[in-house]
Design a protein around this ligand. Structure first.
Ligand code: FBP
Length: 551
């Protein structure tokens, strides 16, 4: 296989580990835990894995003599930079426990476990993937491990391969399912431990014990580099407003962090929109105000960041989407009629089926967007919010608003737009030093949890704004992160999703500075991720982490 010069040089990078993981490890039990909410319900659902203590690793005196252990690993959900290093950490960790240990990767995500598709990960095979981005070593997938029949099917292959522990690398949903699986195998005395690792570029799997999900650091650095480049272009040509949608299904952590790294003129934060119950028109009006003010200063250019999940946080859009989901549910009479109808009549007719408020919103949308809301649906029949071109929706609405303002004399400038969506280009980037080290440490931590016979735990590596050797590794019971939430009409135990906190330090810093950034041109140009060079450039963490930990 031909590889690039960077890949070649990067292959030699030795990820840094916390001090406690470098030699023999001593495991210190902390206090017993309880779930963040709904303690009684969660305890009842997880009798075998509830209330376990927090675990912290310290430097030990001597290594335990552990028999060889076979371990399985699954990559679940969207790609995030560093997944290959989690696998490298697990591999090196279990080989350190006993050189005869083996690692099996289940192919194509959780479905590989159910369908018995796997591959042994050997030292030679793994070599080419160390410190690289992507999940292509074994592939990923979005099959949900939820049914007992799937757990039993999985157990067959685990028994066949004599696998004693399974590591699930995933986001909040996948780790929720990892916890259910751990409990199921524990109750069955199946002899299989289940350990989770926190992954997602969205950054919404975090709490007191999980400071950040891996991949967030690298992905936002890639987006910030691109935003910085566009800002320089905008400031050079001085003729375009760039509307940039940023990935992140629900939470706006990516948008907020990118704003902190680049200081653009406008950044929308979905959580704030929901808190203030802002309408789409109010958002558009406030954007138009900034554009008009800049134009008054002779600056007919700027950059606006828009989080992917925005429309679901705008109350009237949320209501409209919910109504459309119900009306167009697969097999419903309305859906059948809608499909049979001539395309040119569809939207007008559908508006008559909506509540008056939602009909008004629906009719105010540009046709392309209204169409996207009715056509692009996921396998559950729901609107695929990530496919809605929110940046264009806002751009067109702002254009209309500015035309009105021009007539009334409130806008005297020009408004030319360019649209962008940054998402996939960040998910498989070569991991930053932070993600390379953090992921390797998470994988290594998982191997220590496995060696100690733990199940229902998630790898936790904390104190991440300090140099890596001072990081604190350990395990956190997944049940500790859970609460009960309504999903598809039923109350379910799930890991609480971490949205942007409006009283948190990162948002507060942003809110204190945004008015200045809006009018002045205070752009920051972070440039590309650096893998070699000064520590303050190469090993810096996200601004979010720095602000959160600067207590
Ligand atoms: P995970 O939560 O599984 O890590 O995925 C995150 C994400 O990248 C979102 O930001 C985005 O909305 C979604 O995946 C896109 O999914 P897909 O890869 O299926 O298009």
């Amino acid at each position: 296989m031909t590889i690039s010069a960077l890949q070649k040089a990067r292959a030699d990078y030795q990820p840094k580990l916390p001090k406690s993981l470098k030699g023999a490890v001593k495991i210190v039990d902390g206090a017993a835990t309880e779930s963040v909410a709904d303690q009684e319900d969660i305890q009842k659902l997880f009798p075998n894995t509830y209330g376990m203590p927090l675990l912290t690793f310290e430097e030990g005196a001597e290594s335990a003599n552990i028999p060889a252990v076979n371990v399985g690993v699954i990559l679940s959900g969207g790609q995030a930079p560093g997944g290959h290093n989690v696998i490298s950490g697990i591999f090196d960790g279990i080989k350190k426990l006993n050189p005869d240990s083996k690692l099996y990767g289940f192919l194509g995500g959780p479905g590989g476990l159910v369908d018995h598709e796997y591959k042994e990960i050997t030292a030679d095979f793994l070599e080419a993937y160390r410190n690289t981005g992507g999940f292509d070593i074994i592939g990923s997938g979005r099959t949900k491990l939820e049914e007992e029949a799937q757990f039993d099917k999985g157990l067959e292959v685990l028994k066949k391969l004599d696998i004693k522990a399974l590591v699930i690398i995933g986001g909040d949903d996948s780790n929720t399912n990892a916890c259910v699986l751990a409990e199921y195998y524990a109750a069955k005395k199946a002899g299989v431990q289940v350990v989770g690792c926190p992954k997602t570029i969205d950054g919404d799997l975090k709490n007191e014990m999980i400071e950040t999900s891996f991949g967030f650091d690298t992905a936002v650095k890639v987006y910030s580099e691109l935003i910085g480049n566009i800002q320089r272009d905008a400031n050079s040509a001085k003729k375009y407003w760039h509307f940039i949608k940023l990935m992140g299904r629900s939470a706006s952590h990516i948008g907020l962090e990118a704003a902190l790294q680049t200081q653009p003129n406008i950044t929308l934060i979905s959580e704030e929109v929901a808190e203030k119950k802002q309408t789409l028109q109010e958002i558009v009006d406030s954007m138009a105000q900034v554009i008009a003010k800049r134009a008054a200063n002779g600056n007919n250019f700027g950059v606006a960041l828009i989080p992917e999940g925005l429309v679901e946080f705008v109350p009237e859009m949320k209501k409209l989407i919910a109504e459309l989901n119900d009306l167009l549910a697969e097999g419903s009479a309305i859906e059948q009629e809608f499909k049979m109808m001539k395309k040119s009549h569809r939207l007008e007719w559908l508006a008559t089926q909506l509540s008056p408020e939602s009909a008004a919103v629906f009719q105010s949308l540009p046709t392309g967007i209204a169409n996207q809301l009715t056509l692009d649906r996921d396998p559950h029949g729901n609107v695929q919010v990530s496919l809605i071109e929110t940046e264009k929706l806002l751009g067109e609405m702002v254009k209309t608003k500015l035309a009105d303002m021009k007539e009334s004399g409130d806008f005297k400038g020009k408004f030319g737009t360019q649209y962008h969506f940054f998402g996939y280009e960040g998910r498989c980037a070569a991991p930053s030093n932070f993600d390379a080290d953090y992921c390797y440490s998470l994988g290594f931590t998982a191997s220590v949890l496995i060696g100690a016979g733990k199940t229902g735990y998630m790898s936790s590596v904390r104190n991440t704004t300090a140099p890596a050797d001072q990081w604190i590794a350990g395990g956190v019971p997944i049940t500790q992160m859970m609460n009960m939430e309504k999903r598809h009409g039923h109350m379910k135990p799930v890991i609480q999703k971490a949205l942007v906190e409006l009283d948190g330090a990162p948002f507060k810093y942003f809110a204190e500075n945004r008015d200045k950034w809006a009018i002045e041109t205070s752009y920051l140009y972070p440039g590309p991720i650096q893998y070699w060079g000064p520590t303050e450039v190469c090993d810096r963490t996200t601004v979010t982490l720095q602000l959160e930990q600067a207590k």
